[in-house]
Design a binder for this molecule. Structure first.
Ligand code: KIV
Ligand code: ZN
Length: 385
């Protein structure tokens, strides 16, 4: 089974979500939890962005013992110097240098020709490697870059000694077929490509970040980048928990797995949501409140007979206690009776029928019938008797 390395950027790309601002204490708290989750590499911030971020990256660098700590840098010496400073005290430091490569970015943002982009990146990687043991190089907007220029840039990064080369779909523009194809093309056309790890970094603008990342894995990516709960710029980044559980649940298909401690997923998700203030939507895959909840009578009946009828993974596998059978207007007698037993009531068939009728009347008026509602309903019934 091939190991897929996990690069977490919750503390950098995730923090770039509008409205999110993590202080040093919060970054360190999340970093500790990411270590428990078994993240291989974590990007702690962008030290050149502000003195506060430099200090926060430094605090994370000193606190983390079991993961590589990474600082982001543009391809310029001042940024690289800020990362050097921030990563002092890290057990396993790495600098992440990026430069845009697409025609749109070259023309409008950088105002550089291809050769200037190539030489600027080369000089930055060389400068980075003078002071730090490892460099990851990213071709920003690789997804919209000419394939032959991608090959040229990756070849240069291999020659200069980068450890990881990242191929971001910065604007979430590609389809899985197209994104996977870039990895295939690099593998087939870059000399000595086995000297580096290839990394996938996707954004979710068209809702395809997870699918694109999985396509990259199928085409030879060694590392995936993402955030917890999929937070990040605009529509967010690839959600790490989705990749980890897709690989776990469909092992035979992907023949690859992460070394994440999956039972820490729910706890990590809750912590990130609490500290960033970004609420996880109920229907969010894996970590949404409804991801293991069942409301319809047919599904609840199936679940009570055999859980695999309607669950492809267990809530316990991500660190939750149990699936939730939500009682509402679609629920059936089977689930209702089970809930009564859990609440300590064993009713006769006749009483059960009557209580079930009252429950259905109530369920028509309310979205979800709580345990308290059921207890009130039973108490009324007992008082009437
Ligand atoms: O999306 C992106 O291109 C990035 C780079 C800085 C790697 O986040
Ligand atoms: Zn990004």
């Amino acid at each position: 089974m091939r190991k897929i390395y996990v690069f977490d950027t919750t503390l950098r790309d995730g923090e770039q979500s509008p409205g999110v601002n993590l202080n040093t204490r919060e970054k360190v708290e999340i970093a500790h939890q990411l270590e428990k989750l078994g993240i291989d590499r974590m990007e702690a911030g962008f030290p050149a962005a502000s003195p506060g971020d430099l200090a926060a990256v430094n605090a994370v660098a000193k606190a983390v013992k079991n993961s590589t700590v990474i600082g982001l840098s543009r391809a310029r010496e001042q940024d690289i110097d800020a990362v050097r400073e921030a990563l002092k005290g890290a057990q396993d430091p790495c600098i992440h240098i990026f430069l845009a490569t697409s025609p749109i970015h070259r023309q409008h943002k950088l105002r550089m020709e291809k050769t200037q982009v190539l030489e600027t990146a080369r000089a930055a990687i060389r400068y980075g490697l003078k002071y730090l043991p490892k460099v990851e190089f990213s071709l920003e907007d690789a997804g919209r870059t000419e394939l032959d220029f991608v090959v040229e840039m990756v070849t240069m990064a291999v020659q200069e000694g980068a450890s990881v080369v990242n191929i971001p779909d910065t604007v979430g523009y590609l389809t899985p077929y197209e994104y996977g194809n870039i990895f295939k093309h690099i593998k087939q056309n870059v000399v000595d490509v086995e000297k580096i790890q290839l990394s996938a970094h996707c954004h979710n603008d068209l809702g395809m970040a997870t699918a694109n990342t999985l396509a990259a894995i199928l085409n030879g990516a060694d590392q995936i980048e993402g955030t917890i709960n999929g937070i990040g710029e605009r529509a967010g980044n690839t959600a790490i928990e989705e990749i980890a559980m897709a690989l776990e649940t469909r092992q035979e298909f992907f023949q690859a797995k992460t070394s994440l401690q999956l039972s820490e997923i729910a706890r990590t998700s809750r912590l990130v949501s609490r500290l960033t203030g970004m609420v996880v939507p109920g229907n969010k895959a894996i970590v949404g409140a409804n991801a293991f909840a069942h409301e319809s009578g047919i599904h609840q009946d199936g679940m009570l007979k055999e859980k695999t009828t309607y669950e492809i993974m267990t809530p316990e596998s991500i660190g939750l206690k149990e699936s939730k059978l939500v009682l509402g207007k679609h629920s059936g007698r089977h689930a209702f009776r089970e809930r009564l037993v859990e609440l300590g009531y064993e009713l006769s068939e006749e009483d059960l029928n009557r209580a079930f009728g009252q429950f259905k009347d109530l369920a028509d008026k309310k979205k979800e019938v709580s345990d308290d509602d059921i207890l009130a309903l039973l108490e009324e019934k007992l008082a009437d008797a």
